[in-house]
Design a protein around this ligand. Structure first.
Ligand code: ZN
Length: 314
């Protein structure tokens, strides 16, 4: 039987980043403005690397290309990207293209549909999620005139909330929020508004207004995702979303739970607590902040302890 593949994340400095990735997850972060942990990534802009076992030191992209039997996928590239984001300040208001638009305009990149599980939020913290314009013309007018209060819809968030953010949705994380993000493996962002911030050299970040206006869905369409909750001995599995881009679940383990092998490879991120994964006499400790892939067909296996994980697959 294959082994679970534990991965070493990559960290990114951001002007809106902070130190919560260290405080909450114990990661060694490169600076006090660390915004992103690319936890499970085969994107060329930052690849996770296998931590231990027979593939130790291999990048996820090379593992994907060299060992298709671990994944059994039809996708050309590793299609997903799991991140943890520390928004110690407001992120820029942004929008991402879909596959068709990115394929033509961004050198064949994937589009970016994403979703957020709120791991931590200060009281009153808000996200920007959608807009109130009725037509493209109104959207363009309000953007060009800087009528942000009129345009942008805000939602207060708390730990445990989940948000589905399809491509074409204007969005931004607000100050004081930590999320686990599951997204298509893409790094294409069209920035609409950056609060007129300047970096340490006095430069503002580039905006991409025309592309943003082009790809933003008008009027706002909120896609309803119906949660499914499955109780089993020792675990509660909540499915937040299940569509052509990804399936994302929360696993709450308390005690010992049996899991069957899956016909998909699974991406698992431990976001709270600790426990153990065991199969065929092999035991692997699981700690908050661990990220691993269970290869296709791995198992049956047991999870024990008290922890929460976000699990996803294509
Ligand atoms: Zn985004």
């Amino acid at each position: 039987m294959n082994q679970p593949i534990f991965l070493e994340p990559v960290f990114k400095d951001r002007i809106w980043g902070g130190t919560k990735l260290k405080e909450l997850f114990g990661y060694e972060i490169p600076s006090d403005q660390t915004g992103e942990c690319w936890a499970v990534s085969a994107h060329p802009n930052g690849q996770s690397v296998v931590k231990e076992g027979p593939y130790k030191g291999t990048s996820l992209g090379d593992l994907w290309a060299g060992h298709p039997e671990l994944f059994n996928s039809n996708s050309k590239v590793f299609p997903l990207l799991t991140k943890i984001l520390d928004a110690s300040d407001d992120l820029s208001v942004q929008v991402h293209p879909d596959d068709a638009y990115a394929g033509v305009n961004e050198n064949g990149e994937l589009g970016k549909t994403e979703c957020w599980y709120i791991v931590d939020a200060e009281p009153g913290a808000e996200i920007i999620y959608g807009h109130g314009a009725d037509s493209k013309e109104q959207l363009a007018d309000w953007i060009h005139q800087g009528k942000w209060d009129q345009l942008l819809s805000k939602v207060e968030v708390k730990p445990g909330d989940f948000f589905y953010v399809p491509s074409g949705t204007l969005h931004a994380l607000g100050k004081g929020i930590v999320v686990l993000e599951t997204q298509q493996s893409s790094d294409t962002t069209y920035r609409v508004y950056d609060y007129d911030r300047k970096d340490s050299e006095g430069n503002t970040r580039e905006l991409h207004l025309e592309k943003a206006i082009e790809v933003t869905t008008v009027p706002q369409a909120y896609v309803k995702t119906n949660y499914k909750v499955a109780n089993q001995p020792g675990a509660v599995v909540t499915t937040f979303v299940e569509n052509e881009f990804f399936t994302v679940q929360k696993w709450e383990v308390g005690g010992t739970a049996d899991f069957k092998s899956s016909d998909k490879y699974l991406i698992i991120s431990i976001i709270a607590g600790e426990g153990e994964l065991s199969a065929e006499g092999h035991k692997y400790p699981l700690h908050k902040g661990d990220h691993l892939i269970l290869p296709v067909g791995y198992g049956p296996y047991q999870l024990s302890g008290k922890f929460e994980a976000i699990a996803s697959h294509e």
